[in-house]
Design a protein around this ligand. Structure first.
Ligand code: SAM
Ligand code: SF4
Length: 322
């Protein structure tokens, strides 16, 4: 299939596909998922591995060259290694990355690396064992740190830590979390909490701006941008960068190059819009047409979002893939 290099209606070149391979998760982070979990999706509703790989081929024909595997928790998916391997083998896909809570990384990091995953992002919102258990409702900090160490040993080209900034929960830990970039060769990224239906109960003080990190760490030195969505900084003598990601206080929609694919086979052109384009059951050529339509349907920006005005995504974060 020929590459068609579709640009969207606002001149943005769409090159990055984030795939949620499952909605299921072994944790229940309070800002992401309800305690009781989610209704298990009927197997027949989900994209099969063959369909998923076909969708990636169709997306690659439209100019996608980078794929992130996410979820839910991608490592609870039984055939995850085979999925990563097949996605990495799709012509035109230059990079396969994965986002995980790291619980299962100790036994899987090296296999993921061998399956073609180049970069890995690990979610870690606190370094306090009790707070970790509270926010995830079932994980342990010990497991998460063991996962981080396993990722560092496995030789990924980049390991990043994602911390969601939550006022009153981890704003007092900004220096400790940032210090991970001194002790280890990792980037630490602080992400503003996005107002999804799951975190309705979070009080107004939970939503803090990325600027809080700059106030707390005046020693941060600005670094050149790397084409990603994070504003980059570095602590003196650190091994990795500090990234600040501000979907709320300073949205980056003008340079957004992403599409998302849900585990039931729906292309979402914007994380916060209800618009979806199904590909399940289609031929590869039909899937390619859907990708083109989705790219042209990508909205200019995600619209107003605040703690009062919530995401219009109509799905929770574990369903979309964060
Ligand atoms: N389970 C994997 C993990 O936690 O890394 C992958 C899926 S998770 C939905 C992807 C990312 O979305 C995580 O870093 C998580 O912290 C983030 N996330 C979930 N809900 C969020 C919210 N309301 N605002 C900001 N980030 C959120
Ligand atoms: Fe699971 Fe990731 Fe959501 Fe936490 S943020 S509940 S680990 S999908």
């Amino acid at each position: 299939m020929e590459r068609c290099g579709v640009k969207d209606n606002f001149g943005r070149e769409i090159t990055y596909l984030r795939i949620s391979v499952t909605e299921r998760c072994n944790l229940r982070c309070r800002y992401c998922m309800p305690e009781e979990g989610i209704c298990k999706m009927d197997h027949a509703q989900m994209l099969s591995q063959e369909e998923l790989v076909m969708a990636v081929r169709a997306a690659a024909a439209c100019g996608i060259n980078k794929v992130r595997i996410t979820g839910g928790e991608p490592l609870v998916k039984k055939n995850i290694l085979s999925i990563c391997e097949s996605v990495a083998a799709v012509p035109g896909i230059r990079e396969v990355c994965l986002t995980t809570n790291a619980m299962l990384l100790p036994g899987m990091a090296q296999q993921l690396r061998n399956a073609g995953v180049g970069r890995i992002n690990i979610s870690l919102d606190t370094l306090d064992p009790e707070k970790y258990q509270w926010i995830t409702r079932r994980g342990t900090l010990r497991e998460a740190l063991a996962g981080l160490d396993a990722a560092l040993r496995a030789g990924f080209s980049k390991v990043k830590i994602n911390s969601v900034l939550i006022g009153g929960f981890n704003d007092d830990e900004i220096p400790a979390l940032a210090s991970l970039s001194k002790d280890r060769p990792v980037d630490v990224r602080f992400i503003e909490l996005m107002p999804m239906s799951e975190n309705l109960a979070f009080g107004k003080n939970a939503y803090i701006s990325y600027k809080r990190v700059l106030e707390v760490l005046p020693e941060l030195e600005e670094m050149p941008a790397d084409g990603g969505v994070a504003k980059l900084y570095r602590l003196p003598d650190a091994q990795g960068n500090i990234g600040l990601i501000s979907p709320i206080s300073a949205h980056f929609c003008g340079t957004c190059n992403r599409l998302r694919l849900t585990s039931d086979g729906r292309i979402k052109p914007c994380l916060h819009s209800a618009e979806e384009y199904p590909v399940k059951g289609l031929s590869e050529e039909e899937m390619k047409k859907q990708f083109e339509v989705a790219i042209l349907g990508k909205p200019e920006w995600h619209g107003e979002l605040s703690r009062e005005i919530r995401s219009r995504a109509a799905r929770s974060m574990n369903q979309i893939g964060g």
